[in-house]
Design a protein. Sequence first.
Length: 514
Amino acid sequence: MLGRFPFALRRSCGLLRVSSRSSSRRGLSAMTGVGGGDEAQLRDFFEYMERLKNYERSGVPRGAGTDSDDGFDLGRMRRLLRRLGDPHTHFPAVHIAGTKGKGSTAAFLSSIMRNQGYNVGCYSSPHLLTIRERISVGNGGPVPVGLLRDLFDEAKDTIDESIVSENGTLTHFEVFTALSFLLFSRENVDIAIIEAGLGGARDATNVIQSTELAASVITTVGREHLAALGGSLQSIAVAKSGIIKQGRPVVIGGPFPADIEQIIRDRAFLTRSPVISAYDPGVKSITKCIDWDNGKPYQICDIGINISNGMPLSIELKDIKLQLLGDHQRQNAVTASCTALCLRNLAHTEASAKALSGVIEAVKPEGPLALVVGMASDKEHLAFAEQLLSGPLPDIVLLTEASIAGGNSRAMPASSLKELWIAAAQDQGINHMDIGTVSGKETPECIRNLAVSSSSSGKCMLIGCQDTPFWCGLIKVASQLLESRGADSAAPGLICVTGSLHLVASVLKQLEQQ
């Protein structure tokens, strides 16, 4: 997934090129956008879309965006995507929700990624002049007429079947969202920036799961669409926090009232998702001046990010030119920059796991495989686990706490790490067994029984947990488990210690002392 691009945000001045019309497009919307010239080739597509139920025109029903019986049905969206080959699972995505600022944040983030050379897909709503503005790929302009026409022609029969199957309930937004996902899949984007339409939890874009999500972003929480999102600011916050997924980082813009931010953080806590605040005390930004370029104004800003908690991020950006004006747009740029830094960290973690998986595949003997894993708390644990589990399947995974730089304050609790590995195994359909906690005091017979019981039950994986900093006895436990697991094979097993260089150092030091 994110291992495809080792993203690096440059520590230098930069230009975030975003069309000024992005800041005002919320107030205008041309539903069909049929124009002359090349766009006339899309007349059949426009007429088709016009026949679908369009809540942007008719108004959103009360409670439609809430997680209730009155809420939008994500089931029909999933069934439509399944007919189209589940295109949304073919690329990593950043999912952005918010009452205000999500469009500009998406545009800023897309600009950053494109300027780094990545093939970026961006999906947003509504539009100004043509619906093609909602989908961009490659250079960032509206999706080309020919590309959209050909995509629709190929997908039309499948969409027709879905409309019949769903008794005509598929909406304009659902169909167009599905087409955008299909286009991003066909164009093999490196990453897709997806803006939620309404709320988050029940929005059609919220089919994105943790396995596809790189990061979620919540820009602001306001009273827009109050009735559709439950009638209170708190219910709106709950709806928007629905885009937060297990183990994936969430960037919050703000500022938020304390109770609203707590709702978001509570959801992140339940999903074990690190929270990065664009209003963290370590984040500083200032507009230095307003200047003009060929008759167009822009603001020159400095942005400094030095976040030490959650997922540590650090960068100094000087003399950034923002073509969108105002303090709120500078804050949107800060939010996008924090998200870009998250992507850089995730690419590093998952790329490392992918490389390790390749090494294991190259050197793994015919005997059983054990992984001993300990990590710092600021790493992307779920992506790391998913990547290693997608390679040669380990027979045993033992989780421990890595002492980071001689201390435990940054160590990921072994019990939490174990839960994420279990979630990764479940997501990938891997048959596994949780053997609880081992202490190193177990007798060889006890270890043998654990290994034999898992083998006899058809489980292909053991997950153990040690809740204290790493001790060399864990290697002994891993060795005993391997011996028991590979009792019927004369081939030696392999123990791989990974996750943190500090953990590897502890292993080497303790082995030398024996």
